[in-house]
Design a protein around this ligand. Structure first.
Ligand code: THU
Length: 138
């Protein structure tokens, strides 16, 4: 399925991400991250990073957003943006691309440092739910 980039109000979505990062808990890195996404039912969800004194336990902003996705009714992600504390576009880390893929609608769009990309472009040939279904013969 093709989702047209022009059909998304990226400015509005970025504003939601910027508001989200004001809730970041980043005493260690001092690097707040805010994310926002549109769900396939039109809901807008957001998240911010939450760090931990045991550094490796840090929750990226995408983690809190995926929790918000399910706590507010589930669904699939249609469009996503991620900003740093200066409001600049930020590329989701590798782990979070996997996380986003799991919950992506087909053709999901992401605003990235190099323009609007599809989920398949930012995590090609991804391992995901369909890999397991195919293995089980479903
Ligand atoms: N971070 C995110 O929240 N999302 C990403 O996709 C990249 C990195 C956070 C984790 C950590 O709190 C801070 O950025 C510095 O690595």
């Amino acid at each position: 399925m093709t989702i047209e980039p022009q059909s998304i109000d990226w400015d509005a979505l970025r504003l939601v991400a910027k508001e989200a990062l004001t809730h970041a808990y980043v005493p260690y890195s001092k690097f707040p991250v805010g994310v926002a996404a549109i769900v396939d039912d039109g809901r807008v969800i957001s998240g911010a990073n939450v760090e931990n004194a045991s550094y490796g336990l840090t929750l990226c902003a995408e983690c809190s957003m995926v929790s918000a996705l399910h706590m507010s009714g589930g669904g699939k992600l249609v469009a996503f943006t991620c900003v740093d504390g200066k409001g600049n576009a930020l590329m989701p880390c590798g782990r979070c691309r996997q996380l986003l893929f799991e919950h992506s609608a087909e053709g999901m769009l992401l605003e990235t440092v190099s323009g609007i990309k599809t989920i398949d472009e930012v995590i090609p040939d991804a391992f995901g739910p369909r890999t397991l279904e195919e293995y089980r013969g479903e």
